[in-house]
Design a protein around this ligand. Structure first.
Ligand code: PHE
Length: 342
């Protein structure tokens, strides 16, 4: 009797596991637990046993029953609930709106910047952000021992050096795009290159990855006044007509003369305050394209001149009225509560 019960259990379990759908499972249930099911019949046979054998076999029989019932209900769950025949739907109930995302703050800024420059004839271009030393430094007139070229400032890619182009770096500025553009050999050029840049720095006002937007205009008779005019047009379009711009002497390897470019502070209107100290906020570098850069790209510096500028996307974004972020790293922290505000 005990052996018979265990055989029933084993048969039932293997059939239950193999059941492909609810219908099959219901049939199996009937086959074993139904009124004339195999187990039911076996249980009825208990009464024919000798009195002293009944308790022991009774326990086994009950165990087998519970095991089969549990296996069926587990399999039922695995196969999924039966669909209700009728569902009450209130068609007048308002639906659930799908969640809408929005563009990241920095993407919004890049789009706005692009629009402004496109409206005065600049063409948006994209060049590699993982670049050879030649494009990031050498062709831009950087001397061999310039500090930007060591691995305290720039990220180097672990890859074999090229004999011609040197090691591979993550572009520390968008100026590498100047060379990519000029090596195409076509003038005049009026490009806007917006890209990610990478530097080994991370604090409240720096992130290791940030964005720059770079202009490059090369042709005949391009002068400093073209640079100043473009700067002023950008500043007034992006920050507001009441803002002023200025250029100050500075030094870059790939421009001569070089400048830092400033915009008047929006908080104090250029009078000087806690934020700006002397009324001006810096947006980045600029200058007249260095003759060596033109030569490196095959152009005669006696005939052609140009200007270039490289400004920070995050920087202009933060300076825009109304946006106050006290730690730049917040921009890339992926905190939805922060991002949802914009
Ligand atoms: N590449 C410079 C920087 O990252 C900015 C710059 C661009 C300066 C173009 C002059 C001309 O600081």
């Amino acid at each position: 009797m005990e052996h018979e019960l265990l055989t029933i259990k084993n048969n039932a379990l293997s059939l239950i596991l193999d059941a492909a759908d609810r219908k099959e499972l219901d049939e199996i249930k009937l086959q074993f637990l139904g009124r004339s099911g195999e187990l039911t019949k076996a249980l009825k046979g208990l009464s024919k046993l000798k009195k002293e054998d009944r308790p022991k076999i009774g326990v086994v029989a009950n165990d087998v029953k519970t095991i089969i019932e549990d296996a069926i209900s587990q399999r039922e769950q695995a196969l999924g609930k039966v669909q209700k025949k009728s569902i009450n739907i209130d068609v007048t109930e308002p639906g659930t709106k799908p969640a809408l995302g929005s563009l990241h703050l920095v993407t919004q800024a890049m789009r706005e910047i692009t629009k402004i420059f496109e409206s005065i004839g600049f063409q948006r271009v994209r060049y590699p952000e993982i670049e050879w030393d030649w494009y990031a430094f050498e062709a831009l007139n950087f001397p061999e021992n310039h500090p930007a070229r060591d691995d305290w400032e720039t990220f180097f890619i672990d890859q074999k050096k090229s004999d011609k182009y040197g090691p591979v770096v993550l572009t520390p500025h968008t100026s590498s795009g100047q060379i990519r553009q000029l090596e195409k050999g076509k003038l005049p050029v009026k490009m806007l290159n917006i890209a990610k840049c990478y530097r080994r720095q991370s604090d409240v006002s720096h992130t290791p990855m940030f964005h720059q937007f770079e202009t490059l205009v090369v042709g005949e008779n391009i002068s400093i006044s073209d640079l100043k005019g473009t700067l002023d047009y950008f500043v007034k379009s992006y920050f507001g007509q009441n803002r002023k711009s200025r250029i100050r002497p500075y030094h870059f390897q790939f421009t001569e003369p070089s400048f830092e470019t400033d915009v008047s502070c929006g908080v104090c209107n250029g009078r000087g305050c806690k934020l700006c100290k002397e009324g001006w906020l810096e947006i980045g570098g600029a200058g007249m394209v260095h003759p060596n850069v033109l030569k490196n790209c095959g152009f005669d510096p006696e005939k052609y001149t140009g200007f270039a500028s490289g400004w920070g996307v995050e920087r202009v974004l933060m300076m825009k009225d109304g946006i106050q972020i006290d730690d730049l790293r917040t921009l890339y922290g992926n905190d939805l509560d922060f991002l949802k505000q914009f």
